[in-house]
Structures are given as C-alpha cells and as structure tokens.
Design a protein around this ligand. Structure first.
Ligand code: NAD
Ligand code: TYD
Length: 358
C-alpha cells in the first residue's frame, strides 16, 4: 500500500467526486485539493460539510487550462491525482458533443501533461509513491447481448459520444504510462446512484418526477439493463484502487446489481408510495414509455472479480438497501433538488436533438 496523504481530486464538486472528497477528508483524514470548473453538474452543497476543514482546499479551474493545472500542482505538491472531472451525461453528449471532446479528451490530455511535468520534478522516492488515478466507465466496452460480462480484457467498442470520449481518455492515460512512465491506475465502473446525483440521470429523475406527480419517462420498452453501484461503495473502491492497485493496471468496479430500467423504476415507485404516499394511487401509473435514446446500449454488466480477488474490495450496499437510502435522501433534501429544477434543469427530455431515429 502506498502512503497517500494529499490528493488532488478533479471534479470533486460533482456527484462521485464529492463522495470521494467526503470519504477522504471526513472519514480518512486525507488532505484534498479539489479542482472543479463548477459546470451545471457541480454542487457546492455536496462538499459543504468539509469546506472549512483545514485539510480541504478548493480551486475553481478548468482542466483544459494547462497553466492553472501546473500552478496548482506546483503549489500543493500532491501525492496523487484522482481524475473525475468530466462531462458525464450520455443524452447531453448527443445534443452537444463538443463539451465532451474538450473536457474528457483535451482536458485529460492537458492534465496528464501538467502531471507528468510535476512528477518529473519529484525526487525518486516521491516519484515511486506518486499515482495518477483515472476514473472511467464500463460504457467504453460497448453493449452486451443477453449473456456475458465486461472484463478488463473486453475490447473497447464505445457507442455514444460520451463513451467514445471516455475511451479516448482511457487510451491517453495508458499511453502516458507506457511512453512516459507516469504511474497510472484506471478504474471502469458501472452506473452509480446515491445522494447528490444531478436529476438528469435515471434514478434521481424518477424520484423527483415521482414526487411531483409528473410522467416517468422510460426510454423504449424499459428493457435496457444496467448494473447499479451505490456511490459510497464506488468512492471506497476508488481509494482501494489508488492505494493498493498495481501501476499500469485497470480495474472493473461493479455492484452485482443488474436490472432492467423498468424494474428499477417500479422499485422507485414502490419506495415512494411507501415513504411518501401520494393519495392518488401508485406512482407506477405515472410511467410513460417515450421515444428511445438514439444508439441506446442494450446491456452493461461488470465482472468485478479482479478488484475483489486482487484488492479485496466488495460493495457493502445491496440495491435494496442503497436505493432505500437514496430515496430517503431525496425526500429529506428537497431544497437541494428543487433549486436545481428552478435554476438549472427543469426535467425536459434531452438527447433527441441530433441523433438518428431510434
Ligand atoms: P458529474 O457530472 O456529476 O460531475 C462532474 C464534475 O466535473 C462536476 O463537478 C463538473 O463541474 C466537473 N467538471 C466538468 N468539466 C470540467 C472541467 N473542464 N474542468 C474541471 N472540472 C470539470 O459526474 P459524475 O457522475 O460524478 O462522474 C464522475 C466521473 O466518474 C466521470 O469521469 C465519469 O465519467 C465517471 N463515471 C461516472 C459514472 C456514473 O454513473 N455517474 C459511472 C462510471 C464512471
Ligand atoms: P442514465 O442515468 O442516463 O445513465 P447511462 O445512460 O449512462 O446508463 O440512464 C440509465 C438508463 O436509463 C439508460 O438505459 C437510459 C434510461 N433512461 C430512461 O429510460 N429514462 C430517462 O429519463 C433517463 C434519463 C434514462
């Protein structure tokens, strides 16, 4: 295990990045420098609990700004970089791919170059301890049929502008390790859910629309399958990979929770009915089947045996426990998502602007 006491986290004001920041600062006592551009997806509230902690520093900066990245690295001298900053929503990548190319590919390249320059300035002992952890997605592997699982050896076949931009960034990280010797680790994770997820993604959108009595838009027939992982389990997996993963390796992270979208929405409806009865029947009656997403991947499923076997990580939450916690969190934090609905995203359908007919 490498000793890591100060970490530069990119995208630490986002959904997963903020869970990492909370874990590192509040639970593990690790110092964090959070570098985030504060796009629409960022939430100051998600890191408010650690904002005044002396181990926490925040910089509003764009990972595409090489001078800013070099200055922050030189000033703070981290033991590791955990790179989570990205444009993350598939539907938005269909409407505006440019942001995904810029942040996910050019931004990752810019950060890698700045990190390489910083790494070369370290003494041999610090160079040996240093890690660049690239946080990626299982979507780079493409779409599965009814059987099979993604392993670390599955060939890359990204289908959306989002997954193609993440695949590009994974390849850059690989090349910066093989060509320049930067000590990198990469993890590819399945769909996350939990507190502070922006309500454009399936689970929070269904919770919010369910509470508001609005239609619950299920794409196509709702038969697409995703593997769901509770965000705090992912944050612990990332720390495990960073501190005990083998340099140059990639690790798949998954929740052993494969489910059809329609079944996920049914579970959310039933939890809402139980925890906040509507008075006008089951939320299931709000389900509306809508036009499918262009290029919609049929099924993602992760073989997470490598990270279990080699690093000893396993998720703590089942989907039943994690989803209950998540629904309860959205019920208790209405102010957080209502402000987003009022100011940033009213819940309109995304991703149909330019795609082929599904
Ligand atoms: P998110 O959209 O909630 O947050 C992304 C954060 O990155 C935001 O705070 C945003 O302001 C910041 N950011 C965006 N562009 C930036 C830039 N140019 N410079 C600096 N900061 C910038 O995303 P998330 O769901 O928390 O995902 C985090 C990472 O995990 C991403 O790399 C994503 O690809 C990966 N991932 C996500 C999932 C998932 O289910 N959400 C699953 C697997 C992997
Ligand atoms: P999403 O949360 O956008 O994650 P990803 O596309 O990265 O897997 O979507 C999860 C699944 O839910 C995906 O198959 C698309 C589907 N979906 C809907 O059916 N309705 C919706 O309103 C949204 C946002 C997604």
């Amino acid at each position: 295990m490498v000793e890591t006491v100060k970490v530069l986290v990119t995208g630490g004001a986002g959904f997963i990045g903020s869970a990492v920041v909370r874990l590192l600062v509040a639970e593990l006592g690790v110092s964090v420098v959070n570098v985030d551009k504060m796009t629409y997806a960022a939430s100051p509230a998600a890191t408010a609990g650690v904002a005044t902690d002396p181990r926490y520093a925040f910089f509003k900066a764009d990972i595409c700004d090489g001078a800013a990245m070099r200055a922050i690295l030189a000033q703070h001298r981290p033991d590791a970089v955990m790179h989570l900053a990205a444009e993350s929503h598939v539907d938005r990548s269909i409407d505006s791919p440019a942001d995904f190319i810029n942040t996910n590919i050019v931004g990752t390249y810019t950060l890698l170059q700045a990190t390489l320059e910083y790494w070369r300035s370290l003494d041999a002992e610090a160079q040996g301890r240093f890690r660049f952890h690239h946080v990626s997605t299982d979507e780079v592997y493409g779409s599965l049929g009814a059987d099979g699982l993604f392993t670390e050896e599955t060939p890359y076949q990204p289908n959306s502008p989002y997954s193609a931009s993440k695949a590009g960034s994974d390849h850059l990280v690989r090349a910066w390790h093989h060509t320049f010797g930067l000590p990198t680790v990469t993890s590819n994770c399945s769909n996350n859910y939990g507190p502070f997820q922006f309500p454009e993604k399936l689970i929070p959108l269904m919770i919010v629309n369910g509470l508001k009595g609005r239609p619950l838009p299920v794409y196509g027939k709702g038969e697409n399958v995703r593997d769901w992982l509770y965000v705090e389990d992912h944050a612990r997996a990332l720390w495990t990979v960073l501190t005990t993963g083998k340099v140059g390796e990639t690790y798949n992270v998954g929740g052993h929770n494969e489910m059809r979208n329609l079944d996920v929405v049914h579970l959310i409806c039933d939890l809402l009915d139980e925890l906040r009865p509507s008075g006008s029947g089951s939320r299931r009656s709000q389900i509306t089947f809508v036009q499918d997403r262009p290029g919609h991947d049929a099924r993602y499923a992760i073989d997470a045996s490598k990270i279990a076997r080699d690093l000893g990580w396993r998720p703590k939450e089942t989907f039943a426990t994690g989803l209950r916690r998540t629904v309860a969190w959205y019920l208790e934090n209405e102010g957080w998502w209502q402000e987003i609905l009022d100011q940033k995203y009213a819940g309109v359908r995304l991703g149909l602007a330019a795609g082929k007919k599904a």
